[in-house]
Design a protein around this ligand. Structure first.
Ligand code: FES
Length: 177
């Protein structure tokens, strides 16, 4: 079925248009808004973005495949990113990833059979002083040990997944006092 951006996110997009030099420059923010709504950058999302901005599907596909933050496959209910860039790597990110893989019985890039978690490797998430760290949906968890990680995963299973809204709020105009 064709993807259509919600009216609320469409109005955010319309508010962004005057702030960007041309429609093509909106590819990244529009993909964020679409992924927030759809959960991933499906082929239907790519078609929608191409038509909405008047660019080629190949251009949109190129952006989606270049940035690891765009999901190319439908994820589970929660997405867990493990930072594997240098600072976190020096602080034990590889061992942490292996611990998570063992606990969830999946490898990075996979989703647990119950659909609860998708585990992905991330490039630097800008919390380099607090490694090793992960991002679970919109939340950062830092200075991790295996024990802390176990608790985070166990606690997450007990809670309903967060309703995404980070990107919409980032692109809303600042409120004037
Ligand atoms: S290296 Fe992990 S947050 Fe920067």
């Amino acid at each position: 079925m064709a993807f259509v951006l919600s009216a609320e996110r469409k109005s955010i997009l319309d508010g962004l248009r005057p702030r960007y030099p041309n429609a093509k420059a909106l590819t990244i923010p529009l993909l964020h808004l679409c992924q927030e709504q759809e959960g991933w950058c499906s082929p239907e999302v790519i078609d929608y973005v191409a038509k909405e901005l008047g660019v080629t599907g190949a251009h949109v596909q190129g952006v989606v495949t270049f940035y690891t933050s765009y999901l190319k496959q439908k994820p589970g209910k929660r997405v867990l990113w493990v930072c594997r860039t240098l600072s976190c790597e020096l602080m034990g990110a590889k061992a942490l990833q292996e611990h998570i893989e063992s606990k969830l019985c999946i490898h990075a890039g996979e989703t647990t059979p119950d659909g609860e978690f998708t585990l992905l490797k991330a490039e630097c998430l800008a919390a380099c002083g607090q490694g090793p760290m992960v991002q679970l949906d919109d939340d950062f968890f830092e200075n991790l040990t295996n024990e802390k990680m176990d608790k985070i995963l166990d606690d997450a299973r007990k809670k309903a997944p967060k309703v995404a809204g980070t990107w919409s709020s980032l692109y809303l105009p600042e409120k004037k006092e």
